[in-house]
Design a protein around this ligand. Structure first.
Ligand SMILES: C[S@@+](CC[C@H](N)C(=O)[O-])C[C@H]1O[C@@H](n2cnc3c(N)ncnc32)[C@H](O)[C@@H]1O
Length: 195
């Protein structure tokens, strides 16, 4: 497990305004089909984790980027930041938010599971809430998973092994994996770390 350096800077007013706007959209649209697998992370906590990584890496990819808030925050912190989300309506919202709060953030519709990923019977599970059938999004980014220095995700607890297996197979050995979990908060690992 990697350790995060001590506290980062306070989020600025623009970042806080982004959180408020995203919260308003979620409150308004929560009952819509596109939002069925969307739950926002604790943005303040993820912001602090990303801010502490400034200067250590360049490219950040958010898996299942929802309303795009984490990708936009990463972009505004100076990372080259991309979000992959399989719900087109959420990608539309992300692009709208990016236009107002962080125009360098880039979003693409599709799945974060790469085409070349070979399903592992130990991590496969029919009860996954993540979409396992959508078209992979990497062609749309013209990038591969191994091009990213850090992948961020807020997976359901039983999907953590799948996420880590994808990174082990298709990422680089030194790819960092930042996760948010409602109980544990943010955790930072290297792909090569043991479970
Ligand atoms: C728990 S939400 C996390 C949202 C955001 N990353 C955050 O931390 O606030 C998970 C998101 O992943 C999306 N998702 C699920 N399976 C996916 C897949 N295979 N590819 C891309 N996005 C997916 C869902 O639609 C949802 O928006």
């Amino acid at each position: 497990m990697e350790s995060l350096p001590p506290a980062g800077p306070e989020p600025d007013l623009k970042t806080r305004a982004l959180w408020i706007k995203a919260r308003e959209i979620w409150d308004r649209c929560d009952d819509q089909r596109a939002f069925r697998a969307f739950v926002p992370a604790d943005y303040e906590e993820v912001y602090q984790a990303l801010a502490r990584l400034k200067g250590r890496l360049a490219t950040v990819l958010e898996w299942g980027s929802g309303l795009g808030v984490v990708t936009i925050m990463a972009s505004n912190l100076g990372f080259e930041a991309y979000g992959i989300e399989h719900e087109p309506q959420l990608v539309e919202w992300s692009r709208k938010l990016a236009k107002e709060f962080g125009p360098r953030a880039q979003f693409v519709t599709g799945s974060f599971i790469p085409r070349e990923y070979e399903w592992n019977p130990r991590t496969a599970d029919e009860s996954f809430r993540s979409d396992v059938d959508a078209e992979p999004a990497y062609d749309g980014l013209d990038m591969e998973l191994r091009d990213f220095d850090l992948v961020y995700a807020f997976p359901w607890p039983d999907e953590q092994p799948l996420c880590r297996d994808i990174l082990r197979q298709c990422g680089r050995k030194n790819t960092l994996f930042l996760t948010y979990d409602a109980r544990e908060g943010c955790l930072l690992r290297r792909v090569s770390d043991r479970d």
